[in-house]
Design a binder for this molecule. Sequence first.
Ligand code: SF4
Length: 774
Amino acid sequence: MDIRQKVDLLCQRMHDVPQYPSQGAVLFVDLEQRTTRRKYLSIEVLRTFLGGRGANMYLLYNLLQEELDALDPEIPLVFGAGTLTGSMPSATRGNFTSKSPDSYAILDSNGGDYFPAFVKRHGYDHIVIYGRAARWSMLTIAHDRVEFIDASAYAGLDNLDMVSAVERDFGCTERKDMAMARITRAGENLALCSGIMGGIKSIWARGGAGAKMGAHKLKAIVVLGKPVDQEEKGALKAHNKVIGRKITSTSVIKNALKKVGTPFLYKPSRVLGAMGALNNQQTTWHAALDADNFDPYRPGMDGCFKCPVHCRNQNDMLPGGKGGWGAAALKGLDGNASYDKAQAQVEHQKLRTYRGIRGDDVYDKYDKGDGPEYVTLGKFGPLIGIKEPEQVLRLNNILNDLGLDSASTGSAIAWAMELWQRGIIDAKHTGGLDLSWGNYPVIEQLLFMAAKREGFGDTIADSARAVERGKYPIAALEYCMAVKGLFQSDPHDARILKAFALGLSVATRGMDHLRNRVTLEINARINDDPEFKAALYGGTVSALPTSYDGKENAVRRCENTFAAGDSVGMCRFNTKLFNSPTLPDCDDFAQQLSSLTGEHFDAAKVDNAGRNISGLEHMLNFRLGLRAKDDTLPKRWFEEAIVAGPFSGEKIDRVHFEELKGRFYRLSGLNAEGTPALAWHEQLSRTTTGFCVRVDLPRALPGAPENAIVIDEPVSNVTDLRRELKRRLPEAAADLDDKMLNVAVNGHMLLAGEGNAALANGDRVTLVPIFAGG
Ligand code: SF4
């Protein structure tokens, strides 16, 4: 069945009018045929998966042809704004979802700024893109008016120039009466580490979203016109005030995020010895990159749509540029020193010494910008051997313009540098570039080369797939810091923090902290209060960061909360458990969902929706061929102990790790292959595809440890079912081909005519061995 047939089938199960008051449409966009259609999801989707990321997974599950390459235009790229996006403080977010071209898992990338709220307020909850445009195209959306525009004139433009060109040509201003999701040259050139830009810095970064959009020949989605004003009334308005106060009165928000942004995390991480440096060969780095060393270049903060936090630290290194915002904000804050309280008093008196990147008083547009986030600071600081704040700032500004995911790009460069250090690659591979640690001019050059796929930049653009694409010898894989093919998102080295390690291994989009990071494990105060910690995570969690005990409880609770948070559109920074235990939680989301949609929610229902979302993601990953063995960690973390900080000597013990993972699976309701166990799978199938046939097997087969499997895509007869079984369980194809296996449907043995033996939703099939002999 091709994508258009799949869309037709799905639309038959959708509605022509909204199913609850605040619901927006799903806009299906066929770029090849230049057609659109609007439909509305059923209320059952809201109840089971909420909106945004959750409903995106529902759409992808129904439309996916998993056997196709991720960049095939038959694989849809789905955008979804959260159910509460634009209607709750800090709910600014939305997700792009697909099969990832960068990793072996789902692509699911979350971003904020103004685009998600604009899409929602123009009447759409989701945009489903498929087909490849004949030439570079742009989609403009202005309420009911959706147009396909020739974007040939914009091809080749990077982020900053693209915004200027669209503002000029359409007579609009980004964030006032226009919001845009766009790709840069990196996306056009299918760089796997490219993202979709949603602002000067905002990016849908992980998983190669830029390349995916580029493969559809879609340069931008532009929402034109001011968003409709939405008057907040009654309970929604009253509780928004409570949520706003919760956010702005939280210490970490008030004292750190609003003053210096996420770089405040750098100090506790390096003090702990949990900072990945030199491609994780080391785990601490120089104090020169502590957040206060950026003070002289920080003129202020920026923020997303109506967010009260404004966490986005700006930078300005130009002559006459202002600085000093947030100076000394972190001094004396114990929480920012974590395991070494004396560090709280350390203050750097960094001066404004920048005179152009070559020290020759020559400046350009990359000497001013937005950021960096802690991830970019870590990846373009310690991970690649940089220790000058000015160099980090400039690389950050270049990454933003080139539309590159700083996590994957930084990791790809760090990987290359370690291969260079070890002599696994040399100047023949790099085209003469010297990949020594911290070689700033080469690193800057490499970013432009990656965006253009030029020279050795072509290898960097292949991200963690460089071996698979024949760019590196197989020995290079030993040093690849990726899980499920996705480089690690955050700069933390998780050999100390076993809960972090579990989270990175089971995260559904690859090695990524934003799915479930148990950030409070790094907070000494939380660990000093075991009872508080147990109440927070709904189960006993060891107070020792290095222990494996109970860490499954913490990761599970975070996964549920964060999946629900993404699906209502809440920013992770202001979600309970990520930065603080006092931030808005599932109960707050439930109250606002009830007020806005009219459908009753409580905290338990929202938490369960979070679990359902991650369950459906595990089902998608199973279809993509991922199994329990893929929920793992880089080899280095099992084999090399760290040598810095108070937890020197720590690494990951394989046996304890596998036991912890097993406990996590059981707590989550996953089977031994890491996908929802039968009863839960049946339940999710009934909502997602409306089809569910359980097939009992004669014994446990590879990929089916429960002696049974659920077929959740419609099959019409037993011959089709046999084909589908092999597609779902390719590792068991030989067993399933066994001529001695007969089929019984609802207890009735079929002796002939399997092609005519119809199957319907709810049927139960058994594969029965025929025993021969006399
Ligand atoms: S906290 Fe920061 S990233 Fe999150 S919505 Fe607010 S401004 Fe945007």
